[in-house]
Design a binder for this molecule. Structure first.
Ligand code: SIN
Ligand code: CO
Length: 398
């Protein structure tokens, strides 16, 4: 598989180190175990997005945004759900406020590229990159998330307080739109400067407060379906393939007619187990893991044909990119076949397309001058065209 990059291409390489911490130490001591604050963890030569552009995104109907003004006590938390209006931003506010914009990686190429740094973890677990902008004193209150989250300070300074590990039984404040904890047991406290990172595992209470104006925080969140989502999601998917004509059979004559016997139960277990094959589970999970965060986004690229593709490859200029917001993953079947998953779809890959499928899914970008050997077969060219014409891939200058 081709993993090289060429000078001049955007750097989509995964991180190899988190500040002073090696990835091996991070994985062994913190990941999914306990919070850690890492100073100068990530180079940020410049902000990922200008605040004006972030505010502009919050005006768009397809973008998930919120403006939260905290006015001191529970009843006074004001939440305005996007799309926001110019008037929401122009209004004089008496209290500190935070703008939160979800899934910025789906709209802004350099934010999508930043997310690539986290591919030292499975990229099919990446959910999105949320950006918050806060005025001095603002925060969104004490809460916990069910996701792993990396909080990276982009601009300004934010104080983070870390509290107890919560559960679904943890008490919440009475608020119809925010899930805020009614108790916060402070355990650690940090002030983050640009490039510092705080990792917070699922269920750990946290509370951020902007200690400067113009406080911008990037949150990289990881999806993780609940066990109950796994069970119901898999069952729903199999349901689509099972005819209603297939019915349970009983074993006939019995002595105790009210008894559901161990054999009856064993038949049911067998029936269910027949569905839990490696292939069924892999196919369903690949689709689930690559589902679009915003399924209604218009991704359509202008359709390209084989001749146009040949011209681009012959010119050898630019890059082939995975579109912003698109998730790719793949799985090898027992028989050596590969299935590529894109936006919740499964695409079986013939053998001479697998190098291309693997490379684009793992790297998110291929230099056009390195493309030819990966798409030397007609099948691989066809695969590229399908992905391109669906809007999952696009050609760009860089
Ligand atoms: C924020 O950036 O203000 C909130 C992020 C979080 O707590 O998950
Ligand atoms: Co949070």
């Amino acid at each position: 598989m081709n993993t090289s990059t060429v000078a001049g291409a955007p750097n989509l390489a995964p991180l190899t180190q988190l500040g002073e911490l090696s990835l091996a130490e991070f994985m062994a001591d913190y990941w999914q175990q306990k919070p850690v604050c890492i100073r100068n963890a990530i180079d940020l030569e410049q902000p990922l997005i200008a605040v004006d552009e972030l505010a502009g995104l919050a005006l768009e109907a397809e973008v998930d945004s919120r403006l939260i003004e905290n006015q001191g006590n529970v009843a006074d938390w004001q939440v305005i759900h996007g799309p926001l209006s110019e008037a929401d931003f122009n209004k004089e506010r008496d209290f500190p406020w935070t703008l939160l914009v979800q899934g910025v990686d789906c709209f802004v190429p350099q934010v999508h590229d930043f997310l690539a740094k986290f591919r030292f973890l499975p990229s099919w677990r990446l959910d999105d990159l949320m950006i918050s902008y806060a005025t001095k004193g603002a925060g969104v209150g004490a809460h916990y998330d069910r996701y792993d989250v990396f909080l990276i300070q982009g601009e300004g300074q934010r104080q983070w307080q870390i509290g107890q590990t919560c559960s679904e039984n943890s008490g919440l404040m009475a608020h119809d739109q925010l899930c805020l904890l009614d108790q916060f047991e402070l355990q650690q406290e940090f002030i983050l400067n640009p490039c510092d990172l705080l990792y917070i595992p699922p269920l750990v209470a946290h509370k951020g407060t902007a200690v400067s104006d113009h406080c911008v925080t990037y949150s990289v969140g990881f999806r993780s379906p609940s066990h109950s989502d796994v069970i119901t999601g898999f069952a729903d998917e199999r349901n689509l393939d099972l005819s209603a004509d297939l019915r349970l059979k009983d074993r006939g004559k019995v002595t105790h007619s009210a008894e559901i016997s161990a054999d009856d139960v064993a038949d049911l277990v067998r029936l269910m187990q027949q569905q839990i094959t490696t292939e069924n589970v892999a196919q369903w999970f690949g689709k689930l893991s690559t589902e679009a965060k915003y399924p209604n986004l218009d991704m359509a690229e202008e359709a390209m044909d084989a001749d146009e593709l040949a011209t681009i490859v012959a010119d050898g200029y630019g890059v082939l990119r995975v579109s912003e917001g698109v998730r790719l993953a793949y799985t090898w079947e027992g028989d050596g076949g590969l299935t590529l998953f894109a936006q919740g779809e499964a695409l079986p890959c013939p053998p001479d397309t697998t190098d291309f499928a693997e490379t684009i899914a793992n790297q998110w970008l291929i230099e056009v001058d390195q493309l030819a050997p990966l798409i030397s077969s007609e099948a691989a060219k066809a695969m590229l065209l399908i992905l391109h014409n669906q809007g999952y891939l696009y050609f760009a200058d860089e």
